[in-house]
Design a protein. Structure first.
Lengths: 316, 528, 75
């Protein structure tokens, strides 16, 4: 019995220790943004945003942050948006990125790019993600642990990012079939793990008063009508708005010769700006997201937008 | 799921521990078996049929051998003196055939899965134009751990044949012996008598085992995640682009790979043996401070011990005590003198050991070369022994002198590093060309011009590796002096003990090479 | 026993066979030493030692070796 008590005490102290370290590393990660790289960066950078300044969160895998440019959206509509996607984001990560963002932000809307919803890395990987993600949410030391290296390697270079968006000006045309959305009755399966975590994401958004909207970015490589059917059905079932831009890419004005970054997988900056324009109008027409351009709390957004358009001029 | 993963250490193990503790003692080994098969299935899926097939087969062979023994006994009991020898002869021949059948069947499966493509590519390479038919390469999936459990199975059958152990009567016990999840992927290669007592007993869990087991698991994680997985980055870079590096970097790569391999393999062993310890199951040690070895032969008694022991028991001794070798021994001692006889015997007995050692690691010429490399060196060591003794005597140097010890250790290090260079190199040709470049392209500038910093490791990574190695070396030297590190840790005051534990756990969590900028590195020995 | 001692001394005369109880475990005799010993024993006592006898327990002390020899002679 005495031994058991000791073990419990040992573990308690350990949890405390982890908590302290986590709090410490959180501060480090916030202040020297550059010391956190790769997948974890978005967790650090979204936490570093000024409190309650973001009205629209764009989540998902790389399809998400290559399709919506917050600075263009800001310029045209005054909507304060942030791209919190990650390359190859898994649904567990989506959930915890959002959860992390909701700690300091109170967005009115979450725009979820749907490509993440078909990703199923298998049982073991899912189990592992379902373990590591909450663990690193409650103990950020797991996520930002590599920040200790900044002590020896220097703080690292902070990449220029415009609220999670980067200007990608490469053009590699998509030469495939432009009619990639051929109508069919078939459906792609949405993996069980995605359904579970989507439920959690819905609850999270509801609790925080944010509307959840599903969006499929134009990408011949990733989308077809089977996925469209699955998403359409899912959205109806859960009563979520769903926009499939693959069916509207002509209206948006996407030119697959010029607007693709890598043969129809991701959009380049040209494509992203077109999608952003389209989405901006759509959001203005259908949702009452505030225009912050005149508000005092958002002054630094103007400055960032200026830098963005400067870089844009240089690059295209 | 690999041993260093979070899922293994903090989901799979706790679940297994809980299930093990809840059920009555006599069911505990079944819990272990169920979890072992679950583990295997999660990794190799349907290939589990190989394991199941081997288990049933080996179990039957064991019982068959045991049955022959009892038959022999009953017949001997009623036989008179003159008949006894005859009966013995008959039964010996019978059981030898059964054993041969068993061993050949298992080796056949292993050979097919592991060496078929190698065989085909070499045959078609040499005889391609002569053969009237073509042999196709096949895509063969190997079940995990087959190289390890096959050796255990063969050892088990031989032990029954020799009468060292009685055949196991319960299938579930044989099954657990072969499949026990901590050691199925990477060994240690256990002998039945090593593990059977603690494995089947189903002792209740206790706090001491749990704490010291988990400490060992964390220690293994430290070696693997802090040191080995970092070195893997630089090692991978050097070995895959070896033509673009100068000899100094290649030499550094050989050293780095040796350290990586040690940290990785012995680290996984710590996790494995620690996992066994949680259940009170004692698995044999696989490493004993190999870098303290003073000769190549001693190195192999300290490195991958269970493999060496297996080869010694089931190949070296049987070969060296087979009748042809005995005849050679007799003939030699009469006509050729002790020295030559000894050398001959050693060569005959060691050759199969080292060819098997090479082949066991996989079907590649570079592995065969690796085996032959050690064969040559160890034989050479035996050959020069008398000469060396004479030299030491003439110069009145004590065999025990400290500096001599250091010279020997240094010599052994060079042997090890060179060996691992060939072992890791991408094919024998690459290995030879890398080895040559050490001598032809040795440019010390590479040390100062920063090319060592362009191997994917930053300053912080290098510091982590260096500090990690120092810690491991210190612990190793304490062990080498015969101290049980964990036991002496438990004797310290609570404050020191806990602080050290926290330090180890935090080091694993914070300094490990995972997350951004790192990739999961597969366990090297699980691939053999 | 005396015969055995002579054989042992021939293999390595620097070992105190009377008192040593860990010839194998203490690595005083290496595997080649054991093999030489085995063939000497087979000649001297007209016995056959099989690979299965190659366990440390049989070779750790002069006494153990002697016991094994006696056992094999009986068979």
């Amino acid at each position: 019995m005495k031994k058991k008590k000791r073990i419990i005490l040992f573990l308690l102290i350990f949890v405390l220790l982890m908590g302290t370290c986590s709090a410490g590393i959180q501060i480090v990660a916030k202040n020297i943004n550059g010391s956190v790289s790769g997948r974890s960066r978005v967790f650090a950078s979204v936490s570093a945003e000024k409190k309650h300044t973001i009205d629209l969160l764009v989540a998902g895998d790389s399809e998400s942050y290559t399709s919506v440019s917050p600075m263009d959206l800001w310029d045209k509509t005054g909507i304060a948006a942030y791209d919190c996607g990650q390359p190859g984001q898994r649904i567990q990560e989506t959930y915890y990125v959002l959860k992390t963002a909701f700690r300091t932000q109170s967005p009115k809307m979450v725009l979820l790019e749907t490509n993440t919803m078909f990703r199923d890395p298998g049982f073991l990987k899912n189990l592992q993600m379902s373990l590591t993600e909450p663990l690193s949410y409650y103990f950020p030391i797991f996520k930002f642990h590599n920040a200790w290296k900044a002590l020896f390697d220097g703080p690292g270079i902070l990449q220029n990012a415009y609220k999670g968006f980067e200007i990608r000006n490469k053009v590699v045309s998509y030469e495939g079939d432009e009619e990639y959305m051929k109508e069919t009755k078939d459906k792609t399966d949405i993996p069980e793990v995605v359904r579970i975590y989507m439920e959690k994401i819905r609850n999270l958004c509801r609790k925080n008063g944010a509307e959840l909207v599903l969006m499929s970015a134009p990408s011949p490589k990733n989308y077809d009508y089977k996925k469209h059917n699955a998403l359409e059905e899912y959205a109806k079932e859960k009563d979520l708005p769903y926009i499939d831009l693959n069916l509207k890419y002509r209206d948006i004005g996407i030119d697959w010769k010029k607007d693709s970054y890598d043969k129809g997988d991701h959009l380049n900056i040209l494509g992203a700006r077109k999608v952003t324009d389209y989405m901006g109008k759509y959001l203005q027409d259908n949702y009452g997201l505030p225009d912050r351009r005149g508000d005092d709390g958002w002054k630094d957004w103007h400055e960032l937008a200026r830098q963005y358009f400067e870089e844009l001029k240089k690059k295209i | 799921m690999t041993y260093e993963s979070l899922v293994y250490g903090f989901v799979f193990l706790p679940l297994c521990l809980a299930a093990y503790q809840i059920v009555p003692q006599r069911w505990r080994r079944r819990v272990l078996l169920v979890f072992s098969y679950l583990f295997f299935w999660l990794i190799s899926r349907n290939l589990i049929v190989y394991l199941l097939g081997t288990t049933v087969f080996v179990h039957c062979i064991g019982i068959w051998l045991e049955w022959l023994k009892s038959e022999q006994k009953t017949e001997l009991a009623s036989a008179d003196r003159s008949e006894k020898k005859k009966i013995k002869g008959i039964y010996q021949q019978k059981s030898r055939r059964v054993l041969a059948f068993g061993v050949l069947a298992l080796l056949g499966i292993l050979a097919y899965l592991k060496y078929y493509n190698f065989f085909v590519s070499n045959v078609t390479g040499i005889l391609g134009n002569v053969l009237p038919f073509t042999l196709e390469q096949k895509k063969i999936l190997m079940p995990i751990g087959i190289s390890f459990y096959t050796l255990q199975a063969i050892g088990y059958m031989a032990d029954v044949y020799w009468g060292k152990i009685r055949a196991e009567g319960k299938l579930e016990k044989t099954a657990l012996f072969l499949a026990f999840f901590p050691q199925i992927m990477e060994g240690p290669i256990c002998r039945y008598s090593d593990t059977s007592d603690t494995l089947y007993e189903g002792r209740p869990l206790n706090m001491d085992n749990l704490t010291s087991g988990y400490i060992r698991i964390f220690w293994g994680l430290f070696k693997k995640k802090v040191i080995a997985d970092r070195l893997a980055i630089a090692v991978g870079m050097i070995f895959s682009n070896y033509t673009s590096y100068s000899g100094v970097v290649i030499a550094a790569g050989a050293i780095a790979y040796t350290i990586q391999l040690y940290m990785e393999f012995s680290g996984c062993m710590d996790i494995i043996i620690g996992s066994g310890e949680l259940f009170g199951i004692r698995l044999p040690e696989n490493f004993r401070q190999p870098f303290c070895a003073q000769s190549a032969a001693e190195f192999w008694r300290r490195w991958h011990i269970s493999l060496g022991t297996w080869f010694k028991t089931y190949i070296f001794y049987p070969v060296s005590m087979s009748s042809p070798v005995k005849k050679w021994n007799q003939y030699g001692r009469k006509h050729l003198g002790k020295y030559i006889t000894m050398l001959g015997t050693s060569a005959i007995a060691l050759f199969p050991v080292w060819i098997c050692n090479g082949l066991w690691h996989g079907a590649r010429w570079s592995y065969i070369f690796y085996g032959m490399y050690y064969f040559t060196l160890i034989l050479l060591g035996i050959a020069v022994e008398p000469v060396r003794d004479r030299i030491l005597n003439t110069f009145h140097i004590s065999d025990q002198s400290v500096w001599l010890k250091f010279v020997r250790i240094a010599k052994t290090w060079v042997i090890i590093f060179a060996g691992e260079l060939f072992f890791r190199a991408d094919g024998l040709r690459a290995g030879i060309s890398m080895f040559r470049s050490i001598f032809t392209d040795f440019d010390l500038n590479a040390l100062t011009d920063g090319s060592l910093f362009n191997l994917g490791l930053g300053r912080a990574d290098m510091i982590a590796i260096a500090v990690g190695c120092v810690v491991v070396a210190v612990v190793g030297s304490v062990k080498e002096r015969g101290t049980d590190v964990r036991k002496s840790l438990f004797r310290r005051p609570v404050f020191v003990r806990w602080a050290l534990c926290y330090a180890l756990m935090l080091a694993v969590i914070v300094v490990s090479a995972y997350g951004d900028g790192y990739q999961t590195i597969d366990m090297i020995y699980a691939g053999f | 026993m005396e015969k055995l001692m002579n054989i042992l001394m021939e293999i390595d005369d620097s070992i105190d066979y009377e008192n040593e109880k860990a010839l194998i475990d203490g690595r005083l005799l290496d595997s080649f030493g054991v093999i030489t010993l085995v063939s000497e024993l087979e000649d001297a006592y007209d016995i056959e030692i099989e690979a299965s006898e190659m366990i440390p327990d049989n070779f750790n002390s002069a006494e153990a070796i002697y016991k094994m020899v006696l056992r094999l002679q009986e068979n």
